[in-house]
Design a protein around this ligand. Structure first.
Ligand SMILES: Cc1cc2nc3c(=O)[nH]c(=O)nc-3n(C[C@H](O)[C@H](O)[C@H](O)COP(=O)(O)OP(=O)(O)OC[C@H]3O[C@@H](n4cnc5c(N)ncnc54)[C@H](O)[C@@H]3O)c2cc1C
Length: 459
């Protein structure tokens, strides 16, 4: 399959070919389910535990029918696409491929959504996450533009509210040295036609909705949005299920099976071979460790820890970010405080030191948080790459093998863009063309291609 290598414009191309002739329109839930799914974490003003993600082993609940399990045991499953990894990226790709008429199965080695997806802050901030105007910024902005339509469609098909908010972000410089960064951000925003309005003290208090420690400078980035990533994952999963995607939790892919240069399926931990027309690897930070990928895939885990505070008494009206910390207000009165960036491999767990660091930084920025109780402290592994760009597209030298991984700090932002890009490759039709800088073969071309001096910031 020939591919064009540059640009992020929308193109049509041939893929596996949809099973159905037409793309399933968004917002038409299948008659299979009329269950209203809620993403509500509070009741009567009190906090509840986060909603249980699909519990391990409940195949019916996760959309896998007994019949498909039977087929799987017989080793006769003939899906068009199997997706390894049921995080936001894998699930969004699965939904898009199913919407384009393909028969899709998602395999997750544990509970779908319990990886980096549940750990994120859900900020959709392409500008503040890119220190240059390269392909990352183009894709990030394109994905941000896809968000409103994607959210509407997800709400309609899933009946889950992903809690998408467009109230912008206040970016403040607490110490004078950070003013230079703020000026650079404002300049880049202007270059890309985005608004970055300087904010003075009085306006800052009004826009923040709470007292902010006097900063050296502040900007309102109106185009920065946020979504509740856990609710979003529930919406995408439910939407996928209603569009016919089979989801199998506790199904670890232990190898990609390649025959005569073509991926013919995946091997599961129990030894079964699951055949499929195409294999998509979307296993987040774990993708590079899946055996059978015949080329270097340098995805590494980058641990991030976050806190949730009960900030119902001093909840800011929008996201506030300083040079030390970001604060993300949620609809239920929680305030997310993030995040650490730690190169510790897959060392699981949270540290008291990080908890103190995050809480202290939050209080320095919003003094009213001094009495806010800590509700939760968690960590996740971002899928990092040497150049901080995602790895999206056709695998070099193996027909039928696709990658959707390495989204590092921006997988929530880039999910709809990635889904459309992969949807186009898999099934044909419209979708963004994947820039060369994201293609999986870049690490083979030259080591320098896989390295950049300016890594995107962000979640
Ligand atoms: C603290 C923190 C804050 C963040 N904040 C933001 C933010 O504000 N905005 C933003 O855009 N991004 C943010 N991110 C990044 C974002 O969370 C990730 O980029 C995104 O979730 C990656 O999604 P994924 O589906 O690729 O990976 P994951 O969500 O990690 O999903 C991978 C899935 O693959 C499964 N899996 C692994 N191995 C196998 C296997 N062998 N077989 C089958 N399944 C397997 C796992 O069980 C998991 O469910 C943040 C991340 C962290 C940690």
């Amino acid at each position: 399959m020939s591919r064009k290598r540059t640009g992020t414009g929308t193109r049509k191309r041939k893929g596996l070919g949809p099973r159905a002739s037409a793309v399933i329109p968004w917002g038409v839930p299948s008659a299979r389910s009329s269950v209203m799914v809620r993403c509500s974490w509070t009741r009567g003003g009190e906090f509840e535990s986060p909603p249980a993600l699909t519990s391990p082993g409940t195949l019916e609940a996760s959309g896998t029918t007994p019949q498909s399990v039977h087929r799987m045991r017989l080793g006769k499953t003939a899906d068009d696409v199997v997706v390894a990894g049921g995080g936001l990226v894998g699930m969004a790709v699965a939904l898009e491929a199913a919407r384009r008429g393909l028969r899709v199965r998602v395999l997750d080695r544990s509970t779908p959504g319990a990886g980096a997806t549940q750990a994120a802050a859900g900020m959709l901030s392409p500008l503040s996450e890119s220190s240059d105007g390269g392909p990352f910024l183009s894709a990030g902005l394109a994905s941000l533009r896809l968000y409103p339509g994607w959210i509407d469609a997800l709400r309609a098909v899933s009946e889950v509210d992903p809690r998408y908010r467009r109230d912008g972000k206040l970016r403040v410089a607490c110490a004078p040295p950070a003013l230079r960064g703020l000026a650079g951000l404002a300049r880049r925003a202007r270059e890309f036609g985005l608004s970055a309005a300087p904010i003075d003290g009085e306006d800052l208090a009004r826009l923040a909705g709470t007292r902010v420690a006097p900063p050296s400078g502040a900007l309102l980035l109106a185009e920065d949005h946020q979504v509740d990533n856990r609710c979003l994952h529930r919406a995408v999963s439910e939407g996928a299920r209603r569009t016919g995607v089979a989801v199998t939790p506790d199904a670890e892919v232990v190898a990609v099976v390649v025959e005569r240069g073509r991926a013919i399926g995946v091997r599961l931990a129990g030894g079964d071979l699951l055949r499929a027309g195409a294999v998509v690897l979307a296993a987040g930070a774990w993708t590079g460790g899946i055996p059978g990928i015949p080329f270097p895939l340098p995805v590494r885990p980058v641990r991030g820890q976050m806190l949730a505070l009960d900030a119902r008494d001093s909840l800011p009206a929008r996201v506030i970010e300083s040079e030390d910390v970001y604060l993300v207000p949620r609809w239920d009165g929680r305030l997310l405080v993030g995040a650490t960036v730690e190169e510790v491999g897959f060392d699981s767990g949270c540290t008291a030191e990080a908890g103190t660091l995050l809480r202290d930084a939050a209080i320095r920025l919003l003094p009213g948080l001094a009495t806010a109780p800590v509700l939760d402290h968690w960590h996740g592994f971002r899928p990092g790459t040497p150049d901080a760009h995602p790895i999206i597209g056709t695998a070099p030298g193996v027909e039928g093998l696709y990658m959707a991984t390495g989204h590092f700090r921006n997988g929530i932002l880039l999910a709809p863009w990635t889904a459309e890009a992969l949807g186009r490759l898999l099934a044909g039709g419209d979708g963004p063309e994947i820039p060369e800088a994201f293609l999986p073969d870049r690490f083979q071309r030259s080591p320098e291609d896989g390295r950049r001096s300016h890594a995107p910031n962000g979640g």
